[in-house]
Design a protein around this ligand. Structure first.
Ligand code: ATP
Length: 213
Protein backbone atom coordinates (compact mmCIF):
# COMPACT_ATOMS: atom_id res chain seq x y z
CA UNK A 1 0.00 0.00 0.00
CA UNK A 2 1.28 3.48 -0.85
CA UNK A 3 1.75 5.63 2.25
CA UNK A 4 1.71 9.39 1.90
CA UNK A 5 2.50 11.90 4.64
CA UNK A 6 0.73 15.25 4.46
CA UNK A 7 2.10 18.09 6.58
CA UNK A 8 -0.02 21.22 6.51
CA UNK A 9 0.88 24.52 8.09
CA UNK A 10 1.29 28.22 7.64
CA UNK A 11 5.09 27.86 7.41
CA UNK A 12 5.59 31.58 8.07
CA UNK A 13 8.51 30.77 7.86
CA UNK A 14 9.31 27.06 7.61
CA UNK A 15 11.79 26.25 10.39
CA UNK A 16 14.00 23.43 11.59
CA UNK A 17 11.32 21.73 13.70
CA UNK A 18 9.05 21.44 10.63
CA UNK A 19 11.91 20.10 8.54
CA UNK A 20 13.24 17.57 11.07
CA UNK A 21 9.69 16.40 11.81
CA UNK A 22 9.02 15.75 8.13
CA UNK A 23 12.32 13.93 7.63
CA UNK A 24 12.08 11.84 10.80
CA UNK A 25 8.44 10.84 10.24
CA UNK A 26 9.13 9.80 6.68
CA UNK A 27 11.94 7.54 7.87
CA UNK A 28 10.25 6.21 10.98
CA UNK A 29 6.97 5.41 9.24
CA UNK A 30 8.49 4.21 5.94
CA UNK A 31 6.48 6.68 3.87
CA UNK A 32 6.70 6.91 0.10
CA UNK A 33 6.58 10.69 0.26
CA UNK A 34 5.85 13.60 2.53
CA UNK A 35 4.04 16.57 1.05
CA UNK A 36 4.29 19.91 2.80
CA UNK A 37 1.11 21.87 2.12
CA UNK A 38 1.27 25.59 2.91
CA UNK A 39 -2.15 27.10 3.47
CA UNK A 40 -3.17 30.10 1.41
CA UNK A 41 -5.61 31.74 3.79
CA UNK A 42 -5.40 30.09 7.18
CA UNK A 43 -8.95 29.51 8.42
CA UNK A 44 -7.97 29.83 12.08
CA UNK A 45 -5.64 32.84 12.32
CA UNK A 46 -4.79 36.26 10.88
CA UNK A 47 -2.98 37.06 7.67
CA UNK A 48 0.57 35.64 7.63
CA UNK A 49 3.58 37.99 7.71
CA UNK A 50 4.82 36.64 4.37
CA UNK A 51 2.70 36.21 1.23
CA UNK A 52 1.73 32.76 0.02
CA UNK A 53 4.32 32.87 -2.74
CA UNK A 54 7.05 33.94 -0.29
CA UNK A 55 6.13 31.08 2.07
CA UNK A 56 6.18 28.69 -0.91
CA UNK A 57 9.60 30.00 -1.93
CA UNK A 58 11.01 29.44 1.57
CA UNK A 59 9.74 25.87 1.43
CA UNK A 60 11.35 25.40 -1.99
CA UNK A 61 14.66 26.73 -0.69
CA UNK A 62 14.50 24.41 2.33
CA UNK A 63 13.49 21.24 0.53
CA UNK A 64 15.48 21.36 -2.66
CA UNK A 65 18.12 18.85 -1.58
CA UNK A 66 15.97 16.69 0.71
CA UNK A 67 14.90 13.32 -0.63
CA UNK A 68 11.24 12.36 -0.38
CA UNK A 69 9.95 15.75 0.77
CA UNK A 70 7.80 17.74 -1.65
CA UNK A 71 5.85 20.98 -1.70
CA UNK A 72 2.22 20.77 -2.60
CA UNK A 73 0.66 24.02 -3.75
CA UNK A 74 -2.96 22.85 -3.86
CA UNK A 75 -4.09 25.07 -0.97
CA UNK A 76 -1.94 27.96 -2.13
CA UNK A 77 -3.69 27.91 -5.50
CA UNK A 78 -7.17 27.91 -4.01
CA UNK A 79 -8.36 31.46 -3.43
CA UNK A 80 -10.48 30.53 -0.43
CA UNK A 81 -9.92 29.64 3.22
CA UNK A 82 -7.85 26.49 3.53
CA UNK A 83 -9.76 23.62 5.10
CA UNK A 84 -7.80 20.47 5.76
CA UNK A 85 -10.85 18.32 5.05
CA UNK A 86 -11.02 19.66 1.47
CA UNK A 87 -7.31 19.10 0.95
CA UNK A 88 -7.58 15.52 2.16
CA UNK A 89 -10.65 14.99 -0.03
CA UNK A 90 -8.65 15.97 -3.08
CA UNK A 91 -5.84 13.61 -2.04
CA UNK A 92 -8.33 10.80 -1.58
CA UNK A 93 -9.73 11.39 -5.10
CA UNK A 94 -6.20 11.11 -6.45
CA UNK A 95 -5.13 8.14 -4.31
CA UNK A 96 -8.23 6.07 -3.52
CA UNK A 97 -6.29 3.13 -2.04
CA UNK A 98 -3.36 4.88 -0.34
CA UNK A 99 -2.85 5.25 3.36
CA UNK A 100 -2.91 9.01 3.98
CA UNK A 101 -1.19 10.28 7.13
CA UNK A 102 -1.84 13.81 8.30
CA UNK A 103 0.98 15.17 10.51
CA UNK A 104 0.45 17.66 13.29
CA UNK A 105 2.17 18.92 16.41
CA UNK A 106 0.48 18.24 19.73
CA UNK A 107 -0.57 21.89 20.06
CA UNK A 108 -2.48 21.59 16.80
CA UNK A 109 -3.99 18.24 17.79
CA UNK A 110 -5.24 19.77 21.05
CA UNK A 111 -7.56 21.96 18.97
CA UNK A 112 -8.46 19.25 16.47
CA UNK A 113 -12.08 18.74 17.58
CA UNK A 114 -12.71 22.39 16.71
CA UNK A 115 -11.58 21.92 13.10
CA UNK A 116 -14.07 22.17 10.24
CA UNK A 117 -15.66 18.70 9.71
CA UNK A 118 -13.02 16.99 11.82
CA UNK A 119 -14.88 13.67 11.90
CA UNK A 120 -14.60 13.51 8.12
CA UNK A 121 -10.87 14.17 8.36
CA UNK A 122 -10.56 10.89 10.24
CA UNK A 123 -12.52 9.11 7.51
CA UNK A 124 -10.01 10.38 4.97
CA UNK A 125 -6.68 10.00 6.81
CA UNK A 126 -4.83 8.74 9.85
CA UNK A 127 -3.36 11.35 12.18
CA UNK A 128 0.28 11.32 13.20
CA UNK A 129 0.75 13.51 16.26
CA UNK A 130 4.24 14.58 17.36
CA UNK A 131 5.28 15.93 20.74
CA UNK A 132 5.98 19.63 20.95
CA UNK A 133 7.78 21.26 23.87
CA UNK A 134 5.21 22.80 26.19
CA UNK A 135 2.26 20.73 24.90
CA UNK A 136 0.63 17.63 26.32
CA UNK A 137 -2.48 15.72 25.34
CA UNK A 138 -5.50 17.29 26.93
CA UNK A 139 -9.29 17.70 26.90
CA UNK A 140 -11.64 16.08 24.38
CA UNK A 141 -8.74 15.30 22.09
CA UNK A 142 -7.18 13.11 24.79
CA UNK A 143 -10.40 11.09 24.80
CA UNK A 144 -10.38 10.87 21.00
CA UNK A 145 -6.76 9.79 21.11
CA UNK A 146 -7.56 6.97 23.54
CA UNK A 147 -10.35 5.74 21.27
CA UNK A 148 -8.34 5.81 18.05
CA UNK A 149 -4.76 5.19 19.16
CA UNK A 150 -2.56 2.54 17.60
CA UNK A 151 0.98 1.93 18.81
CA UNK A 152 2.71 1.71 15.48
CA UNK A 153 2.07 2.22 11.82
CA UNK A 154 2.60 -1.52 11.29
CA UNK A 155 -0.71 -2.03 13.10
CA UNK A 156 -2.59 0.19 10.67
CA UNK A 157 -4.64 -2.06 8.45
CA UNK A 158 -7.01 0.59 7.12
CA UNK A 159 -6.29 3.59 4.91
CA UNK A 160 -7.61 6.10 7.49
CA UNK A 161 -9.14 6.50 10.93
CA UNK A 162 -6.38 5.88 13.50
CA UNK A 163 -4.10 8.12 15.51
CA UNK A 164 -0.40 7.43 16.06
CA UNK A 165 1.73 9.33 18.55
CA UNK A 166 5.26 9.43 17.21
CA UNK A 167 8.31 10.91 18.91
CA UNK A 168 10.66 13.15 16.97
CA UNK A 169 13.62 15.28 18.02
CA UNK A 170 12.26 18.10 20.17
CA UNK A 171 13.01 21.69 19.23
CA UNK A 172 11.45 24.47 21.21
CA UNK A 173 11.10 26.77 18.23
CA UNK A 174 8.13 28.43 16.57
CA UNK A 175 7.57 30.62 13.55
CA UNK A 176 6.21 33.28 15.92
CA UNK A 177 9.53 33.33 17.77
CA UNK A 178 11.45 33.65 14.48
CA UNK A 179 9.27 36.53 13.29
CA UNK A 180 9.83 38.27 16.62
CA UNK A 181 13.60 37.78 16.47
CA UNK A 182 13.71 39.25 12.96
CA UNK A 183 11.57 42.19 14.01
CA UNK A 184 14.07 42.85 16.82
CA UNK A 185 16.94 42.58 14.35
CA UNK A 186 18.30 39.47 16.10
CA UNK A 187 20.03 36.40 14.73
CA UNK A 188 17.97 33.44 13.41
CA UNK A 189 20.84 31.25 12.20
CA UNK A 190 20.16 27.51 12.62
CA UNK A 191 16.48 28.11 13.34
CA UNK A 192 15.88 28.26 9.59
CA UNK A 193 18.15 27.17 6.74
CA UNK A 194 20.84 29.62 5.63
CA UNK A 195 19.02 30.17 2.34
CA UNK A 196 15.78 30.99 4.11
CA UNK A 197 17.62 33.37 6.42
CA UNK A 198 19.09 35.15 3.36
CA UNK A 199 15.69 35.22 1.65
CA UNK A 200 14.04 36.78 4.72
CA UNK A 201 16.70 39.51 4.70
CA UNK A 202 16.49 40.13 0.94
CA UNK A 203 12.71 40.39 0.99
CA UNK A 204 12.61 42.47 4.17
CA UNK A 205 10.21 40.00 5.77
CA UNK A 206 8.92 40.34 9.33
CA UNK A 207 10.52 43.75 9.81
CA UNK A 208 8.45 46.19 11.87
CA UNK A 209 7.04 48.85 9.47
CA UNK A 210 8.63 51.82 11.30
CA UNK A 211 12.12 50.25 11.31
CA UNK A 212 12.16 49.75 7.51
CA UNK A 213 13.27 53.27 6.59
P1 ATP B 1 3.32 29.99 14.50
O1 ATP B 1 4.28 30.26 15.63
O2 ATP B 1 3.28 31.06 13.45
O3 ATP B 1 1.94 29.58 14.98
P2 ATP B 1 4.38 27.28 14.10
O4 ATP B 1 5.83 27.33 14.41
O5 ATP B 1 3.46 26.67 15.11
O6 ATP B 1 3.87 28.74 13.67
P3 ATP B 1 2.91 26.25 11.84
O7 ATP B 1 3.24 26.49 10.41
O8 ATP B 1 1.73 26.93 12.41
O9 ATP B 1 4.24 26.57 12.72
O10 ATP B 1 2.82 24.70 12.15
C1 ATP B 1 2.60 23.68 11.22
C2 ATP B 1 2.61 22.38 11.97
O11 ATP B 1 3.90 22.13 12.54
C3 ATP B 1 1.61 22.31 13.15
O12 ATP B 1 1.01 21.03 13.17
C4 ATP B 1 2.51 22.51 14.36
O13 ATP B 1 1.98 21.88 15.52
C5 ATP B 1 3.80 21.84 13.92
N1 ATP B 1 4.95 22.40 14.61
C6 ATP B 1 5.43 23.65 14.51
N2 ATP B 1 6.50 23.83 15.29
C7 ATP B 1 6.72 22.67 15.92
C8 ATP B 1 7.69 22.23 16.90
N3 ATP B 1 8.63 23.04 17.39
N4 ATP B 1 7.62 20.95 17.33
C9 ATP B 1 6.65 20.12 16.86
N5 ATP B 1 5.69 20.48 15.94
C10 ATP B 1 5.73 21.74 15.49
Amino acid sequence: MIKIGIFGGTFDPVHLAHLRTAIELREALGLDSVNMVPCHKPSHRGTPGATTSQRMRMLELSLKDVEGLHIDGREAERDAPSYTVDTLGSYRDEYPDASLLLFMGMDAFNGFCGWHRWQQILELAHLVVVDRPGSRLDGVELQLFKERQVDALSQLQEIAGSIVLQSVTQFDVSATQIRQLVSQNRNIDYLVTAEVRRYITEQGLYVEPDSQS
